[in-house]
Write a protein that binds this ligand. Structure first.
Ligand code: CP
Length: 311
C-alpha cells in the first residue's frame, strides 16, 4: 500500500451511494443553495484537482465555481489521450496528486480508468463522467426534480433515447434508488439498451420500478419527467451514421411530451443537439427544466465535495 494511502470514500459510480446518502447530499445541496454564505469558508485551504480526458463546460466550471464559493481552489489538468505529462502513467500521476490535493475529480472515457484512479488515490475521487456513468449529473437531476415536483418517491421518469449511455445508467440507478419509477424508452437491440448487469444491480436495490420499452408514445405515458441526452455520446462518434438512422423516432418533441402527464417537465443534461434528440420548441418551453438542471450542478458539486471530505 502507498505510504500516503488511507481509506477514503469515493464517488466512482451511482452504486457508491445508498438512498439515505443521496438524500443527505440533496438536503445539503438545498441548504447550500439557499444560504451560500453559511458555507463560504467551508473549504478554505482545500484544493480540488480536476483531470479531464474529454472536454466539458458544465462539469469543469461548476466544480471550479463550487470550490471558489466555498473558499477553496480548483486546478484544471488536461489528460487528453489518457496519460499525464511526458507519458507518465495514471497510477504514478494520481499518487503524486494525492500529495497535493484534498480531492480529485476526473472525467475519463473508460470506467476502468476512474476505478484505477480510485484504487491508488489517497484522497476522495469523484467521477466527473465516464462512458458508463455520470453520477454527479444524476445528483443535480434529483435536486431539480425535487424542487419542481416537491417529492421524488412515486414519480415516473421516462428516459428517452440511448438507453445504454452514461446518463441513462445513472438515471436508472439513482432515480430508482430514491423510489422513482424509471422507464427507459430506447430502440431495440443490445447496442441501445441499458447494460444488463447495471439493470440487475439497480433492480436489487431499487425501491421504484425499472422498465425498458421500445415504443416512445407508450413509454412516456403517465410520465412526470421526460429525460433525454445526445444520441452520440463520447466514444460513439464512429457510429454516427447508423445512430442518425435509428434514433429519430425517439426525438423529444411536442407530440411526445403531449402523451405524458399534463404537468410533465423535460430534462436534458446538455449539451443539447437541437433538432435531433430534442426540438427547439421543447427546449424553450415553460415546462423545460434544462437550465435549472444545469444551474443545480454547482450546488450539488458543492454538496458532493463537502460530503466526501467529511466522511
Ligand atoms: N452535462 C455535462 O456533464 O456537461 P459537460 O459535458 O459540459 O460537463
Amino acid at each position: 500500500m502507498d505510504e500516503g494511502r488511507r481509506m477514503v470514500r469515493h464517488l466512482l459510480s451511482d452504486f457508491d451511494l445508498n438512498r439515505e446518502e443521496i438524500l443527505e447530499i440533496l438536503d445539503l445541496a438545498e441548504e447550500m443553495k439557499g444560504d451560500p454564505g453559511r458555507y463560504g469558508d467551508a473549504l478554505r485551504g482545500k484544493t480540488l484537482v480536476m483531470l479531464f480526458e474529454l472536454p466539458s463546460l458544465r462539469t469543469r466550471v461548476s466544480f471550479e465555481a463550487a470550490m471558489t464559493q466555498m473558499g477553496g481552489h480548483a486546478i484544471f489538468y488536461s489528460i487528453a489521450g489518457g496519460s499525464f505529462t511526458r507519458g507518465e502513467t495514471l497510477r504514478d500521476g494520481v499518487r503524486v496528486l494525492s500529495r497535493y490535493a484534498d480531492c480529485i475529480m476526473a472525467r475519463v472515457l473508460r470506467q476502468e480508468d476512474i476505478e484505477r484512479i480510485g484504487e491508488v488515490a489517497s484522497v476522495p475521487v469523484i467521477n466527473g463522467m465516464t462512458m458508463k456513468y455520470h453520477p454527479c449529473q444524476n445528483i443535480a437531476d434529483l435536486l431539480t426534480i425535487r424542487e419542481k415536483k416537491g417529492t421524488l418517491k412515486g414519480l415516473k421518469i421516462a428516459y428517452v433515447g440511448d438507453g445504454g449511455c452514461n446518463t441513462a445508467h445513472s438515471t436508472i440507478i439513482g432515480c430508482s434508488n430514491v423510489g422513482m419509477d424509471v422507464t427507459v424508452v430506447c430502440p431495440e437491440g443490445a447496442r441501445y439498451s441499458p447494460d444488463p448487469e447495471i439493470l440487475r444491480r439497480a433492480r436489487e436495490r431499487a425501491s421504484g420500478r425499472i422498465e425498458v420499452c421500445h415504443d416512445p408514445l407508450e413509454g412516456v405515458e403517465g410520465a412526470d419527467v421526460i429525460y433525454t441526452d445526445t444520441w452520440i455520446s463520447a466514444g460513439m462518434e464512429e457510429e454516427k451514421e447508423e445512430r442518425m438512422r435509428v434514433f429519430p423516432p425517439f426525438q423529444v418533441n411536442s407530440e411526445l411530451v403531449g402523451r405524458a402527464k399534463e404537468d410533465c417537465i423535460v430534462m436534458h443534461c446538455l449539451p443539447a443537439h437541437r433538432g435531433y434528440e430534442i426540438t427547439d420548441e421543447v427546449m424553450d418551453a415553460p415546462y423545460s427544466a434544462v437550465l435549472d438542471q444545469a444551474g443545480n450542478r454547482m450546488h450539488t458539486e458543492k454538496a458532493i465535495i463537502y460530503w466526501l471530505l467529511r466522511q
